[in-house]
Design a protein around this ligand. Structure first.
Ligand code: PLP
Length: 444
């Protein structure tokens, strides 16, 4: 702990993952949002280049979703899926099952967040082998650099070091391997194959928008065929058109056994996540007449379920996959045009509307800029008029699928302006080394 004398404690909101100096700043306090614009308490407006927290994929203030949610609140303020079912949740499950365009998934479990849904997944994938008497099969494999949430189960799976040890997260039944290194996977299975219950991956890792390559996915699917573990696609972020198709895993060489989705599912209007479970898994639970011990009071409520159904209908009505694809092409072309004029070397990662512009020290090309430069860039771009997300040694651009070409141009103008401000201040260079602060950085 630092020995800095404490300021008098102020009362109020403790926003997530924010240091004390930022907590009460009006510049960072949102008061409203409409279309692609957000408004801050200091009166500034900004173009949203992050789709909220990667979830308002259709922009803010969608009337049809608002109406559907309001109607559900009026007509059925609360109904559970806890030892009951409800019609709203049934309709949402059916709408979700129709999306992947396959009969492969049979049932949908609702949750309230990506993290909680991944907790449920960890239980599911450990219970399934136990039903077949394989009680030693409990290990779950995740990827280094991955993000699956911060609840205790999902935190164990998250492959970035964000303080798991400090918080007492149990690492015993989790392993992490490098993404896109098939040899790591093969070696792990040679060592521990019979104990591995599942492999959980983001199709594009949100932190740095690292795409899983085709060859890696081929190995993953081949290993599943060989070892019989469950393959889980964490599409909390990549679902709902973020990378192009409705679900990124639809282009994999084999279907995942479990698909988790959340962020775009209600267009950011409700705390909702969904776990789509394959027919084979459901059949096994049914045959053994077993229940999965996971339940959340606010999962599958009328309001969140109605929002799911309306969001899916709005995707169709707005042709969001088509508009998203056009925006993605414009964003890619715009970024490539902008790169040579920036005051630092950069490289691009990601796909669709899930992109990272990695930045290197202008004095030492090849050296990633430090976290202080990323923070300075995010602030400068925001002051220039657009919200972007901090990424590892870069900024992440994650705009709504409804972005117009004019929105893309405006976003990139703000990015350029932000770079110029930070470069003029010398903020893109590595600062003189200081003692480590022990601070934790979380991408989303
Ligand atoms: C791939 C992935 N999984 C899980 C989560 C956690 O979701 P939540 O913040 O809703 O718990 C996130 C959040 O960014 C994510 O991107």
């Amino acid at each position: 702990m630092s020995a800095r004398p404490a300021d008098p404690v102020r009362r109020g909101l403790w926003p997530a993952l924010m240091g004390p100096a930022d907590r009460d700043r009006d510049e960072l306090c949102l008061v409203g949002a409409t279309g692609h614009q957000v408004r801050f308490a200091d009166g500034r407006m900004a173009l949203c280049g992050t789709s909220g927290l990667w979830n308002t994929n259709l922009g803010y203030g969608n009337e049809a979703i608002t109406e559907a949610a309001a109607g559900a609140l009026r007509d059925a303020s609360y109904l559970s899926v806890f030892r009951y079912s409800n019609e709203y949740a049934r309709a949402a499950a059916e709408a979700l099952l129709a999306l992947p365009g396959t009969e492969h998934y049979a049932r949908v479990l609702f949750s309230t967040s990506g993290g909680a849904a991944n907790d449920a997944v960890l239980k599911l994938v450990r219970q399934l082998p136990a039903l077949a008497g394989q009680t030693g099969r409990r290990t779950v494999v995740g990827l280094l650099g991955s993000y699956h949430g911060l609840t205790y189960g999902s935190f164990s799976l998250t492959g970035e070091n964000l303080g798991q040890q400090l918080y007492g997260v149990d690492p015993r039944f989790v392993r992490h391997v490098r993404p896109n290194v098939p040899a790591d996977l093969v070696e792990l299975f040679e060592r521990e194959g019979p104990r591995i219950a599942a492999v959980v991956v983001e199709p594009v890792l949100g932190t740095g928008t690292v795409e899983l390559q085709q060859g890696y996915l081929d190995t993953l699917v081949a290993l599943r065929d060989e070892w019989g573990f469950l393959l889980v696609a964490d599409e909390v972020a990549t679902g709902f058109g973020r990378t192009g198709p409705m679900f990124a895993s639809s282009t994999w060489p084999g279907r995942p056994d479990v698909l988790v989705t959340s962020k775009g599912m209600t267009n950011g209007t409700s705390a909702a996540a969904a776990i789509l479970v394959s027919e084979a898994i459901v059949e096994c639970f049914d045959r053994h007449e077993q229940i999965l011990v996971h339940a959340e009071t606010q999962a599958g409520t009328p309001v969140s379920s109605a929002a799911v159904v309306a969001t899916i209908a709005e995707f169709e009505r707005l042709g969001a996959l088509r508009t998203g694809a056009a925006a993605a092409v414009a964003l890619d072309a715009g970024l490539r045009r902008l790169q040579p004029g920036l005051p630092a070397p950069t490289s691009l990662a990601g796909r669709g509307l899930f992109r990272t512009l990695h930045v290197q020290d202008p004095d030492a090309p090849g050296t990633p800029v430090p976290g202080s430069a990323v923070a300075a860039l995010v602030t400068a771009v925001r002051r220039a008029g657009a919200v972007v997300h901090p990424g590892p040694a870069g900024i992440q651009l994650i705009p709504p699928l409804t972005y117009t070409h004019a929105d893309v141009d405006q976003l990139l103008e703000c990015v350029t302006a932000g770079f110029e401000v930070v470069a003029a201040q010398g903020g893109l260079r590595a600062p003189a080394p200081t003692a480590p602060s022990g601070a934790l950085e979380v991408a989303s």
